[in-house]
Design a protein around this ligand. Structure first.
Ligand code: NDP
Length: 480
């Protein structure tokens, strides 16, 4: 069985403790690889290697680092199909989605930050003829990057690319549930000319490896994407150590559908924004709010479209939804569907596990599920489910739509469907969210600030925000 090793100091190695974790294929439920079950000792070794590598990596300058990251991007792109197969096998997502979105985006992350660093400016502030100030932004040494399972390589590279481009070395932990593409990438680092110790990937469990990275005194900054509860634990540990923190956390995103929208465009996109990646994207809209005059028409058309989605073999071209990521996660999502019914929710379609045949009989599949008749304060409409489950709620006025949209502890993304330009601006301003998409969804420009408000996170990633996070600003004031 394949063994997935750590990358520490340029070498692929097993965990120091010698332990292994099982890695499952969600499509079949079977174990297909063993993962290094690392602990604080492996993290220590990685941190030491990163500190040793830092001076030379930083001294390579922007152009040298940029060239190495572009080579890595090129190598991933040249093996796009191999990466996509691995991502689909490890996560359960449709292969076509991994080919179209996950892996190209990982390549784009490296390309974007490898070139963004070449244009990253320093500000100057002139005090007439008294003095001149300039801002010197320097890397701080070693960054800790911890990422989740839903978009494994996409989110992993979204963190490590800006950290490395800015001149830091990295100790990173992918999710233990989906380590395969990070491992595949680690086998390319040497060929790409990334010097030993610059990028270290330590695999294993969150409470062991993630916690050791968070608490390590020689890692001054942590970039984390994952659940809100884990984010709170990381903040609790990191705050007294005065670490820089970037936290990208959960969401319960609203989709506001006004009666004046382009119905067909809205319907097509809302099917996607609800169920892409089995609903396991932090940006998926899970609460669909529909103006009452359109409600019945929308509900009937939407349910028809959702019933027609094909749940099946992630490797098959025709599949719309593959497997959810793990047995635990499947059980969690099914328990939420049961809870919704207990709360008075009416299941319009889906609502159960999908049993496939043959080799896929033990895979973890859930039918895309639409629920109505629930109030805004019930748990189903308050808590993140992170699966193929959406609720529908009608509203009468713009004011009511906003009040429903803002009625959760989360504030990551939101989607607005309307043809009224004035309404667009009013609603966008009033939504409590870090991201507002109007008449579109998941349209991403990597230069824009990305992140959430309230319990969806702290800080922003993307563009200059990421490069600022991964550097320390120093003001130099020179008297003239
Ligand atoms: P988790 O919070 O469970 O895990 C995220 C990462 O943190 C994993 O690598 C995990 O390791 C690790 N971890 C777990 N415990 C600790 C700890 N005590 N200290 C340090 N690290 C730890 O999230 P999931 O992997 O379940 O991902 C789903 C969540 O991610 C959802 O809530 C989703 O909304 C959110 N998300 C947010 C995004 C955003 O941009 N805001 C984007 C994508 C997802 P292990 O795998 O071993 O548990």
């Amino acid at each position: 069985m394949e063994q997935l090793l750590n990358l520490i100091d340029g070498e692929l190695r097993p965990a120091m403790g010698g332990g292994w974790l099982d890695v499952h294929a969600p499509a079949t439920g079977a174990v297909y690889a063993q993962l290094a079950d690392s602990d604080a000792r492996d993290v220590d070794m990685a941190v030491e290697a990163a500190h040793r590598a830092f001076p030379a990596w930083n001294a390579l300058g922007r152009e040298g680092r940029s060239a190495a990251l572009l080579r890595l991007a090129h190598l991933i792109e040249a093996d796009l199909d191999g990466f996509a197969q691995d991502e689909s096998r490890d996560n359960g997502k449709p292969l076509a989605l991994a080919r179209r979105v996950d892996i190209p985006r990982a390549v784009a992350n490296f390309r974007f930050f490898a070139t963004a660093i070449l244009h990253f400016p320093s500000e100057a502030h002139l005090m007439d003829d008294i003095a001149v100030n300039y801002t010197d932004r320097q890397p701080f040494g070693v960054a800790g990057c911890i990422s989740p399972w839903n978009l494994p390589l996409y989110l992993f590279t979204w963190k490590i690319a800006p950290a490395l481009a800015a001149g830091n070395c990295v100790v990173a932990k992918p999710s233990e549930v989906t380590p395969l593409t990070a491992y595949r990438m680690s086998t390319l680092c040497k060929v790409a000319g990334i010097p030993p110790g610059v990028l270290n990937i330590v695999h294993g469990l969150g409470p062991k490896v993630g916690a050791a990275i968070t608490a390590h005194p020689r890692i001054p900054a942590i970039s984390f994407t994952g659940g809100t509860r884990t984010g709170a634990e990381i903040a609790r540990v990191a705050a007294p150590l005065f670490k820089k923190l970037s936290l990208e956390l959960g969401g319960k995103n609203p989709v506001l559908v006004f009666a004046d929208c382009d119905f067909d465009d809205m319907l097509n996109t809302t099917v996607r924004s609800s169920f892409t990646n089995q609903g396991q994207i932090c940006l998926c809209g899970s609460r669909i709010l529909v103006e009452r005059s359109l409600y019945a028409r929308f509900r009937d058309a939407f349910v028809d479209r959702v019933r027609a989605l094909r749940v099946g073999d992630p490797g098959a071209e025709a599949t719309d939804l593959g497997a959810v990521v793990s047995k635990d996660h499947m059980e969690k999502v099914l328990a939420y569907i049961e809870l919704a019914q207990g709360e008075g929710g009416r299941v319009l379609c889906g609502g159960q596990r999908v049993q496939l045949d043959g080799a896929l009989a033990n895979g973890w599949y859930i039918a895309p599920t639409v629920i109505e008749n629930l109030g805004p304060q019930c748990r189903t409409n308050q808590e993140e489910i992170f699966g193929p489950v959406v609720t529908l709620q009608p509203f009468d006025t713009e004011e009511e739509a906003l009040s429903l949209a803002n009625a959760t502890p989360y504030g990551l993304a939101s989607v607005v469907w309307t043809s009224d330009v004035k309404r667009t601006h009013r609603v966008a301003r009033a939504l409590q969210a870090g991201i507002v998409w109007v008449n579109c969804w998941m349209l991403r420009d990597l230069r824009t600030p990305f992140g959430g408000v309230k319990q969806s996170g702290v800080g922003r990633e993307g563009g200059v925000d990421a490069l600022r996070f991964f550097t320390e600003a120093k003001n130099v004031c020179i008297k003239l």
